[in-house]
Design a protein around this ligand. Sequence first.
Ligand SMILES: Nc1ncnc2c1ncn2[C@@H]1O[C@H](COP(=O)(O)OP(=O)(O)O)[C@@H](O)[C@H]1O
Ligand SMILES: [Mg+2]
Length: 332
Amino acid sequence: MVHSMRRFFSLKAILAIVVTVLSVFVVVKVHRIDKHLSSLARGTKGFSPSNIMCEFPHNPAWEVAANDDQITLVNMMTQQPFRWLNKGYQACAFESGDGEYVIKFFNQQRLREKPFLEKPLEYLFNEKFRVKASLTQKHREEIFSSSKLAYEVFPEESGFVFVHLNRTEDLFRGIKLIDMKGQVHKVRPDATSFIIQKKATYVLPTLTVLMKEGNVEGAKKRLDQIFDLLLSLAKKGVTDSDYALIRNNNIGFTKDRAIYIDTGHITKNPNLDIRKQMDYEFKRRLKPLYEWIRFSYPDLAQYYDMRRHDILTHLTDHLADEETKTLATAAK
Ligand SMILES: Nc1ncnc2c1ncn2[C@@H]1O[C@H](COP(=O)(O)OP(=O)(O)O)[C@@H](O)[C@H]1O
Ligand SMILES: [Mg+2]
């Protein structure tokens, strides 16, 4: 009798455990489905100023020096409304009315650390979420420091006109943003992290237009501008860990040069081997561009080949000269 009671209780206990586990499983699943649905809805909801409000405490590492003239310039530029242009993973971009500039706001929701109490289920049961949460801070530091670097070390190559990362008080006038649905939002730039950059055109469409117009010289010039950009960054010891240079529109053209549109994965590397770096650029990151040119405009590809050869040979000769000089100085 006692034995069968024990069996009954243990059966009950097992049932209770199974029901509890199943309930937790259902709650977690429902929560995930809900999250997925709300993220789908967010995609079509459009732009929301609340996503770009910076709520981080002041961080001296993100301080970018700005004098009165620069602030006046920004306030002049932002008197015109800015229209929705595009968004990436980190930022959303709006284009100035005169088509000359882009203002990019970092999506702060993606950078915000989520406290345990806000997402207890995710912290407890979602391994992916935990890993992502621990990477958020690193990611924030990476994109903020690369923006600062782009503005301070290579403003020409990035086309950056202004960078503002920490919140400020009353430096800037309100700016009118027109989102993808034509809705107007008045935003206080002081409360956001933003970049003002020259507006660029994308590489493949620009080359296509030139070649269709029969402007081969123009297309060659544009290719030279891409090589100059990469060479100039290599000389400054700046590298980009984003592999997709052309596909993601990471570079583009302003009126008279190529610029780096997306600086989010850029870092500075002391002692960078310029020749090796350029070799890598040609072999890996520029390869899709080269293949496209070879397929679409074989004559232009010949020019590309010639320039690649010149650049790499020049760098090899230059390095050999430097080595000889170093040896000569050491022998003295
Ligand atoms: N200066 C610019 N000129 C033209 N388009 C731009 C410019 N800056 C951003 N964009 C557009 O906005 C998108 C997102 O900007 P990007 O700097 O790449 O941010 P993310 O880091 O989020 O990818 C780009 O892929 C591009 O289409
Ligand atoms: Mg991008």
